[in-house]
Design a binder for this molecule. Structure first.
Ligand code: TMP
Length: 211
């Protein structure tokens, strides 16, 4: 049986890592081969770029440079990891993908939407995630949850930046309701987990309607 490409998106502090574990367990339980990866990252080059970007001084990169670095890492990731795994019938779960570039660089930094659309077409016109789980919470909620850890390049941005990021994520979910499932991440953890399991099972058992 062919695999599928699932992405997980959301602001910082919304619980993506727990979500990844739950999805991975659920898919493995059903006997699927699972590969978990992330962006920026997932390859040696991607991880180096990630480390370099996230440890940088806020404001040190322009919106255009951020966009190009994200898409450079993504292009390599698609060539070396994501496409080969899908070809071998793996289920690929990716912690962030192109929606994050639309949200963070488009919404947060104001990068041109048309420009982002063109780059997306260049890099993966033939491959969209089959399912995207958007863990949604107001900026204040996520930021409060990460307040005690050392902030990286993006985490030092203010609430308005994150409000714009969230707005774009929600816009994408409205324009692509079939692909993007919104999970209310402000609910108690048990309810979030139950909803995740329900969404992934709905996808597993009615997969043909998503493709
Ligand atoms: P995280 O995966 O640990 O949340 O960290 C990755 C950071 O990179 C996060 O702040 C979102 C940001 N990012 C972008 O700004 N654009 C992108 O295209 C991607 C994939 C991530």
């Amino acid at each position: 049986m062919p695999g599928a490409f699932i992405t997980i998106e959301g602001l910082e502090g919304v619980g993506k890592s727990t979500c990844l574990d739950i999805i991975k367990n659920e898919l493995s339980k059903h006997g699927h081969k699972v590969l978990v990866t992330r962006e920026p990252g997932g390859t040696q080059l991607g991880e180096k770029l990630r480390e370099w970007i996230l440890s940088g001084e806020p404001g040190s990169l322009s919106a255009k440079t951020e966009v190009m670095l994200m898409f450079a890492a993504r292009s390599h990731h698609l060539e070396k990891v994501i496409r080969p795994a899908l070809d071998k019938d793996y289920w690929v779960i990716c912690d962030r993908f192109t929606d994050a570039t639309f949200a963070y660089q488009g919404g947060g930094r104001g990068a041109s939407r048309e420009w982002l659309e063109n780059l997306k077409k260049m890099i993966h016109v033939d491959l969209e995630p089959h399912l995207t789980l958007l863990l949604d919470a107001p900026a204040e909620v996520g930021l409060a949850r990460i307040a005690n850890r050392e902030a990286d390049y993006f985490e030092r941005e203010d609430k308005d930046f994150y409000r714009r990021v969230r707005e774009v994520y929600l816009e994408i979910s409205i324009s692509e309701p079939k692909r993007v499932k919104v999970i209310n991440a402000t609910k108690p953890i048990d309810q979030v987990n139950d909803r995740l399991i329900a969404v992934i099972n709905e996808f597993l058992f009615h997969r043909e309607t998503y493709l």
